[in-house]
Write a protein that binds this ligand. Structure first.
Ligand code: SF4
Ligand code: SF4
Length: 407
């Protein structure tokens, strides 16, 4: 490895000579110089990624994965804000027994019914029949499971509004307090297992239900308006739930992704599936200068700077590590690389190793849009997207929603 690195020294030296910073008072220039120093200490030569300024790509660079992720996160927050508002007015129409045609029901609200989605998934898999009620809940769940199979737990860091809120909270906390808290390992591991216990409990309950029982449940008044019950939970939230949410939010300010890391059963399920994903964060030791910037940037505290690939169920494909890496072709979200030995260690050879294997931020965004959008369009075209429940039934049930208990 050292041989290969030294061999590509000529080219690197040329690059260094043109890009060597003047060590002055500017902290970022000093950071650049420090990277060269670290590389030398590890008997390596830093070949900087093209376009990198002070160790990172500028936000407006097309290749900056974080910019793509932010754009997708913002789009999903806006979509969910629209869904919540439109659904509220739709419910109010029936609650107030308003005259005329109801507003359009935003079917995307079904994405907030993961338990109904899971129940319907079991129903569909055991009977081979498409469920009638809350079919979109199942289809959206299937889309998100597919994203985990192909792109690690990208749902959490690219699509989920709770994940986005969580990230905004800890980043704000870090900016204010200049640091984040990480529980010690002896506490972190048992805490992380909580989400798997919650996931196992949900899976057990759903798997124990026979298909006929699931069908019967979905046809009960509670099952038919499970979406309205979910909205009412937040509209008429009790003091205990409110305090719980407030505590979770406060904890998220100081401990990165507290809810996601320790308690979210949805993330636990996606994380387990993500272990099968062929795309992983992969490090090329030939190009890496062992600076440790990637591990420092990882909110999941994964040893990106040590391992050749990250298999962990905690990796959310957020690509913070990739963006923070200063070295050309050292770190990628990628399929297994081609086995090309960088005999002369030049950048062209190392780049060739990753050609057609690595995924850019734009590609991840496009794949997510294709998976989720494709399933929605398919469901719409086959008539499985719109609810089959009539306005008349909603007119009867929604005003009584608060009186309906779980069957
Ligand atoms: S390893 Fe990289 S992509 Fe995975 S969670 Fe850490 S920073 Fe994000
Ligand atoms: S992979 Fe990590 S340790 Fe290696 S150069 Fe990139 S940021 Fe530094």
């Amino acid at each position: 490895m050292i041989e290969a690195t030294l061999a590509r020294g000529d080219e690197a030296k040329k690059q260094k000579m043109t890009s060597e910073p003047e060590v002055g008072t500017d902290t970022k220039d000093r950071e650049d110089a420090l990277l060269d120093e670290i590389a030398m200490r590890h008997k390596k030569v830093l070949i900087r990624r093209t376009g990198v300024i002070h160790g990172t790509l500028p936000w407006h660079d097309f290749r900056n994965a974080i910019t793509w992720r932010r754009a997708v996160q913002i789009i999903f927050v806006l979509i969910n804000a629209y869904i919540a508002t439109a659904f509220y007015f739709w419910v109010r129409h029936f609650e107030t027994n308003a005259a005329g045609a109801p507003p359009i029901r935003p079917e995307g609200v079904e994405g907030w019914l993961p338990i109904a989605g899971l129940m319907n998934l079991k129903y569909a898999l055991t009977t081979g029949v498409m469920p009638e009620v809350h079919a979109p809940a199942m289809l959206l769940l299937a889309a998100f499971l597919l994203t985990a199979l192909l792109l690690k737990k990208s749902f959490c860091s690219w699509l989920c509004p709770v994940g986005t809120l969580s990230e905004a909270l800890w980043r704000t906390g870090k900016r204010v307090f200049k640091r984040s808290l990480y529980p010690p390992r002896w506490l972190d591991i048992p805490l992380r297992s909580l989400k798997y216990l919650l996931m196992a409990a949900f899976l057990y309950v759903v798997m124990a239900m026979p298909a006929a029982g699931i069908e019967a449940f979905m046809m009960t008044p509670y099952g038919l308006i499970a979406d309205v019950k979910m909205l009412n939970f937040f509209r008429f939230i009790g003091i205990t739930a409110l305090i719980t949410i407030a505590v979770l939010m406060l904890l998220s300010v100081v401990i990165p992704n507290f809810w996601c890391r320790y308690l979210c059963p949805y993330g636990a399920l996606l994380g387990l599936l993500s272990l099968l994903s062929p795309t992983k964060i992969r490090r090329d030791p030939d190009a890496c200068i062992d600076c440790g910037k990637c591990a420092k940037a990882c909110p999941a505290r994964l040893p990106v700077d040590v391992n050749r690939q990250i298999r962990s169920a905690e990796c959310t494909a957020c690509m913070s590590c990739v963006t923070s890496c200063p070295a050309q072709d050292a770190l990628q979200l990628a399929l297994p690389p081609k086995k090309i030995v960088a005999a002369n260690g030049d950048t062209a050879q190392i780049a060739q190793r990753w050609r057609r294997c690595k995924l850019s931020g734009a590609m991840v965004a496009a794949m997510l849009a294709l998976i989720v959008g494709g399933i929605i369009i398919g469901a719409y075209a086959t008539g499985h997207w719109q609810t089959p429940v009539s306005d008349q039934v909603y007119r009867q049930l929604i005003p009584k929603a608060q009186m309906l208990g779980h069957p």
